[in-house]
Ligand binder design. Sequence first.
Ligand code: SF4
Length: 204
Amino acid sequence: DFGETITADMIDDMAAKHFPMCMRNLHDRLRKDRHLKHFGRLQYTLFLKGLGVSVEEAVVFWRKAYGGTMTDDKFNKEYKYNIRHSYGLEGKRANYPAKSCQTILTTNQPGPTESHGCPFRHFSPENLQLALSATYGIPASDQGEIMAAVKGQHYHIACTRVFELTHVKYGVKMGDGLGRANGATETVSHPNRYAARSREMEKE
Ligand code: SF4
């Protein structure tokens, strides 16, 4: 808990600075298309909940994101309910947890027009390299190890390398992962943990 209110307006900045590639991809797709398909909305809504975004701010965020692409009436009927459902406030009021990497990697495989999932597993190698360059500014010379991890299906290692390379400014070195405890390196296993460690490093 960072003890601060995350408003809808703060999410663009946070996505650019702190989100792992799966969530950054969903965020960018939402901004570009002003829409996400069902499983993308679900993956992203639960992540935002895990980040600490209140249901009220989540509703503001999604309403603004869809903007003029739909009426208030349609939004309230079809989308607001689903957001509140993800927060456990509708239907059977279940407390749905944010999805872990394991769940994202192994359930609801994305189709060609969907944006959910894990880019390390679900992007083509070409698109993944393009995203590493364009979104994260990782030069081709640093991409070899990431692509080798992907090829070996060690997606969490690939994601951890991206974390390391994009947190050098906070003193993170290759092999440091999300941090070290008892001599062991923590690797990425949950998108919310990735974002939380990134936010902690900015404040340290
Ligand atoms: Fe997201 Fe996990 Fe894939 Fe990283 S390894 S992009 S956190 S699903």
